[in-house]
Design a protein around this ligand. Sequence first.
Ligand code: NAD
Ligand code: MG
Length: 390
Amino acid sequence: MRSVSVLGATGSIGESAFDLLIRAGGPKTYRTVALTGAANVARLAEMARALQAEIAVTALPEKLDDLRAALAGSGIEAAAGPAAIAEAAARPADWTLSAIIGAAGLPPGLEVLRRGGILALANKESLVAAGGLVMAEAARSKARILPVDSEHSALFQALGSESLENVDSVTITASGGAFRDWPLERLARATVAEASCHPNWSMGQRITIDSASMFNKALEVIEAHEFFGIDEGRIKVLVHPQSIIHAMVSHRDGGSIAHLGAPDMRHAIGYALNWPRRAPLPVPQLDLAAIGNLTFATPDETRWPALRLAREVIRAGGAAGAVLNAAKEQALDDFIAGRIRFTDMAGAVERALDACAAESGFGDSPGDLDTVLAWDARGRHLAACTAGAA
Ligand code: NAD
Ligand code: MG
């Protein structure tokens, strides 16, 4: 029986994975090793009982008593805190989904890579902050990373066994998020509630706001560069409001292969779960005649400066990705807390990057977790200091 673990089980991606595991027969089909979550320990315990997990871990030590109470009589271990999450991630499992939000997903993801097996990676932040380290760990232990971000899963599928030499460019699409059609002058007044509504995808709040600011796509350009090893000049972003085409590989002979599907993350998660096979999934088939039109546009970098920052970060190399990711997480915290405006986020990230470049440059690509975390702390600090200082 295949063993699985889900890190970040109680989030949007985690819930989709849970749905797939339960539909596939739950504990009759999969042996669940670890499930992790944070504040919602009632839901974490419910999932752990349904999948008969070995251990459930909350990121929050103050929630441990509640988790224990919710698991009473089940025989399922309970634990809490980041070290316990890392320990649970290190327990052998054939397939592990990393669906924690933010740089917090990096340490447990590295534990998975160290022990080998398949890492289904939704946590794009770990590739943005530490792509070199993540890919080197995977190569060393022969762990297999399968991308779960929809665009990267689409690229992985469209690429197949094609050599990158034959690829002219890859394109990832962006819906344009909540504010695609807003007049530019209105963006500064956008509220957290308005930024938290995605036109096509149902996702966690943070990635939904990142979609509105295009920081999500910025992270994804870096993710594509780190995962596929494609240079920045060959990674294109295309605004595609219907979110039906997720990515496209254009070959040097003039032909392109695009990946299409309904905007439902269960496709990318289920593809990674069943890889290298394909299995039926509860994802609606496309009805292109009913959709009628697929439209496309070049992204406007005045509206979405995050895309320019992503390209600058790839060209800068070293730890620039760790600084961008951390500064972005800080700026997003500040926007959600009402300390800065929606349009201040990109400025705060850019000033953090500029300050770092001026003070020290970005050094070498970090070779260990502590070095990544030090750059991460610096990025957060610089973004907090410069927020609103435009
Ligand atoms: P979410 O906020 O809905 O869920 C995050 C999960 O991480 C929850 O289980 C939460 O309890 C846990 N968590 C939060 N803070 C934590 C911490 N400090 N330590 C440990 N665990 C913590 O997020 P999501 O939308 O499901 O996104 C998860 C990841 O997948 C992100 O990296 C995101 O970029 C990526 N992703 C999401 C989608 C989507 O459709 N939601 C699509 C593509 C990629
Ligand atoms: Mg995506």
